[in-house]
Design a protein around this ligand. Sequence first.
Ligand SMILES: Nc1ncnc2c1ncn2[C@@H]1O[C@H](COP(=O)(O)OP(=O)(O)OP(=O)(O)O)[C@@H](O)[C@H]1O
Length: 352
Amino acid sequence: MGETQKKTKILSIENLVIKFKLRGQVLTAIRDISLDLYKGESLAIVGESGSGKSVLVKSIMGLLDKNGYIDQGKILYNDNDLAHFSTEKDWLKIRGKEIAMVTQDPMTSLNPLKTIGKQIEEAVVLHQGLTGKDAYEKVLQLLRDVGIHDVEKRYKQYPHEFSGGMRQRIVIAIAIACNPKVLICDEPTTALDVTIQAQILQLLKNLQEKYLLTTIYITHDLGVVAKVADRIAVMYAGDIIEYGKTDEIFFNAKHPYTWALISSLPQLGVKGQELYSIKGTPPNLFKEIQGDAFAPRNPYALKIDFVERPPYFKLSETHFAKTWLLHPNAPTVEPPETLKKFFEEGREYANG
Ligand SMILES: Nc1ncnc2c1ncn2[C@@H]1O[C@H](COP(=O)(O)OP(=O)(O)OP(=O)(O)O)[C@@H](O)[C@H]1O
């Protein structure tokens, strides 16, 4: 993927705030997020459970729960501000057609009573305007594209006749059948075992190139995205606290929360020792957050972290982090020893 191609913005989120009303209270799930997505790239959004990954991508597809609403900000796609879409009619122009989503559990997106061939064909007829033999042939081609063999026989089978990994391939075929420009993969491999996980990720990568897709992966597992993402955005408590190219995040992360996420990767575990886990719990999103949301769990927190929310500090043209540790007057703080070694080795490896 050439640098110039990456530089065309396809989606732009500006100062987005999303809230939910719940039992007379208001919860702020997305706290002033801005994010650009570039054509042809693969962006991973990573963060622990409850950080707001799903809410963020659901807002791009008009799938927020009924009690949720966009309080502020813009979601710019082509000439539209999706933040102002209010009717299903509006969303149907975008959902599936322009932006499609593959979720964790293929069973919920497949109809158990229809053959998989018919289900893919419905998408082909609706979105590509093909009929009869042309539609049938297209379905067979899509099945081959997602790595399914014996396609004529498979066409006539029902979802329960497929394994979990195969069902995920079918859901991907349906998403691709709509010819979307952006494909959102929400924990696409969480329910699968490790070998199948790697195969599905490789498949998504191949399809991204073949169909010139822009992809967003959302996951709590940094390890999963290392091989597929060009860029990584790290979310914590409804905010993107660091983002950069995959190498910049893996080998030069600056936010202590990103350090903690990387430290909990099994690859960094010392044999016989328990895996590193982040102590404490995320903040209560019903309350207004003072300062850096990670401060109470951050062993490197400065006084100012409890008072003022940090801005983004620029590390390169592509790498930004929201931590006061990057302020010119902050004391020098090094990442934990194991992580430092991992960073150094990674940088050496990346530099050949
Ligand atoms: N319908 C809703 N009503 C109230 N709060 C909600 C609703 N949907 C999401 N939230 C809250 O918004 C926050 C972000 O949730 P979200 O599902 O986006 O997290 P996530 O990072 O995707 O987590 P996970 O990995 O577990 O899916 C959480 O605090 C969640 O409880």
